[in-house]
Design a protein around this ligand. Structure first.
Ligand code: AMP
Ligand code: MG
Length: 505
């Protein structure tokens, strides 16, 4: 591969509004990371920026133009004074198998920006090799970077916890995947990029002092409420379990498939991170596999909550040396299991609440679970488009069924369920206009389907980035009736069925 990166340019002065670039993870010491600069992108250019993410940082919308050196910083060619970039080490279970040491093979943590929501870490992805790159080239291609950037922002605007996408830079640097593509760097933002795999790393190496240090760091900076507990580490496990359960409920409710739910891609904070071969359901298919590389369907849509539960066990295992006297006594194991046990009820209640909101139900009735399950079974049997069926259900009223009936191959198959739904609405004296408005805030009109991303990618590969920015604007208002074109909110075209996304990115 032709990867002749320019020499690191000298440190540039800080942008006027930027902070001192604190970096609390760096303070953990060299056992946890390697401080280093990026190889950078030769001759970089801007592809896209998110105004909304910039606002989160307290930056002006035109920060990327205002600070001319920003392009070099966010393509890994330079740093602002105070930045001490690092790549962190972690391990993980990949597709259910222990994979040993992984780490930030193509990510670099630049430092933190203080915000009203607390410090936010800025991380480059694709800025070159690190000591953790293994066989990889340290690069990310434009195609996958556009997908990660857009989906990060889309998920945020859907109300789903996620790392954010600040900006995207590109270069003509060729990168070899299935075909030769061009390199890009996406800048991600999150309070922390800590993963289950960070803990597994030190546990599996038997380095319990570092494991303890990591847990104390996480509790102090990201889970301060756990400090008050008799055993803060158990409280941490409980909180991570609940956050992960709620995240899974949100993924399932919106029809999001992550694609690579390895423990190294599981955020300690319960965020959606590491967007690779993700996808949103088109037709409602519980067995849907969004990742072409996942031949066995381990991470199929319907399996995601189970996988999260499995991953939480891998995380909990790593905490055993920190619980009680660290020997894993039956009492300690029981205490760990008690924290993990929160998953099922929290997930179940969160999903039920999400689905009630999607159906416009204010009250909780005994038959709701059946009503939801039968609705989903109907969608599955009829191969109905999930997002469109849910959105059209927003127009349903007992007097006028509306266009939702037309999403079913056999329209009459909808009628018995519709009668039950109408009766259920009547039982809580549901007011059509109020319910419909509430449902439109729970059922997005537009999600980042593969074919939408693909159109933006194809244009971007020709040097036209306008579709990336247009989609970003559309996905920033996913619930609005006037967001995007009819095609953005419509059925996927036939050619979308040929699209496949794999781990190679
Ligand atoms: P992922 O499945 O993309 O989350 O990646 C799993 C591991 O492989 C992580 O440690 C990544 O940093 C690393 N990795 C993935 N792609 C590359 C690449 N192109 N160069 C270096 N490391 C990579
Ligand atoms: Mg990853």
């Amino acid at each position: 591969m032709n990867d002749r990166s320019p020499p690191l340019s000298s440190r540039l002065p800080p942008p006027p509004e930027a902070a001192r670039w604190p970096n609390r993870f760096a303070a953990l010491g060299p056992t946890f990371h390697t401080q280093m600069h990026g190889a950078g992108l030769p001759d970089p250019h801007w592809v896209a920026t998110s105004e909304d993410c910039a606002a989160l940082l307290g930056w002006p919308a035109d920060w990327w133009q205002r600070w001319p050196e920003a392009l070099q910083v966010f393509s890994g060619n330079a740093t602002w004074a105070g930045m001490a970039p690092l790549a962190s080490v972690y391990s993980g279970h990949q597709f259910g198998v222990w994979a040993g040491q992984l780490g930030d093979g193509r990510a670099l943590l630049l430092g933190e920006v203080e915000t009203p929501q607390g410090p936010m870490e800025l991380q480059l992805k694709g800025a070159g090799r690190t000591p953790y790159s293994r066989m990889g080239d340290g690069r990310a291609v434009l195609r996958s970077s556009i997908r990660e950037f857009l989906c990060s922002e889309a998920m945020h605007h859907l109300g789903i916890p996620t790392s954010r996408g600040l900006c995207l830079t590109g270069s003509t640097l060729p990168v070899r995947r299935e075909r030769v593509e061009s390199a890009a760097v996406v800048t991600r933002v999150a309070p922390s990029f800590l993963r289950f795999g960070h803990f597994e790393h030190f546990y599996h190496q038997g380095r319990y002092d570092e494991l303890r240090q990591l847990a104390e760091h996480a509790i102090e900076h990201h889970f301060p409420a756990c400090r008050e507990a008799a055993q803060p580490v158990l409280a941490l496990l409980g909180e991570v379990t609940r956050r992960t359960a709620r995240l899974m409920a949100q993924w399932q409710a919106v029809g999001f498939c992550h694609g690579v739910m390895n423990t190294d891609n599981m955020s300690l904070l319960g965020l959606t991170i590491d967007y690779g071969p993700f996808g949103f359901l088109d037709a409602f298919d519980p067995q849907h596999i969004c990742n072409h590389s996942d031949e066995g369907g381990l991470y199929a849509y319907a399996r995601q909550p189970k996988v999260a539960w499995w991953n939480l066990h891998a995380f909990a295992q790593a905490l055993v040396p920190l619980v009680g006297d660290g020997q894993g006594t039956p009492e300690d194991v029981a205490a760990i299991r008690a924290e993990l046990a929160a998953f099922e009820p929290v997930f179940g209640e969160a999903l039920a609440a999400q689905m009630r909101a999607k159906l416009g139900l204010r009250e909780t009735h005994a038959e709701d679970q059946d009503l939801v399950n039968d609705w989903l079974r109907l969608l599955e049997a009829q191969k109905a488009d999930y997002t469109i069926a849910m959105r059209r259900l927003c127009e349903f009223s007992p007097q006028a069924v509306g266009s939702v009936r037309d999403v079913f191959l056999d329209r009459s198959a909808f009628d018995p369920w519709a009668a039950r739904y109408a009766a259920r609405l009547a039982a809580e004296h549901s007011v059509d206009s109020a319910r419909q408005a509430a449902m439109r805030r729970a059922n997005p009109r537009v999600v980042l389907r593969n074919h939408l991303a693909e159109t933006a990618i194809q244009r971007a590969e020709q040097g036209d980035f306008s579709e990336v920015q247009r989609l970003l604007a559309v996905l920033s208002r996913p619930f609005d009736d006037d967001s995007g074109t009819a095609a953005d909110a419509g059925f996927p075209p036939d050619w979308a069925q040929q699209l496949s996304v794999s781990c190679s990115s």
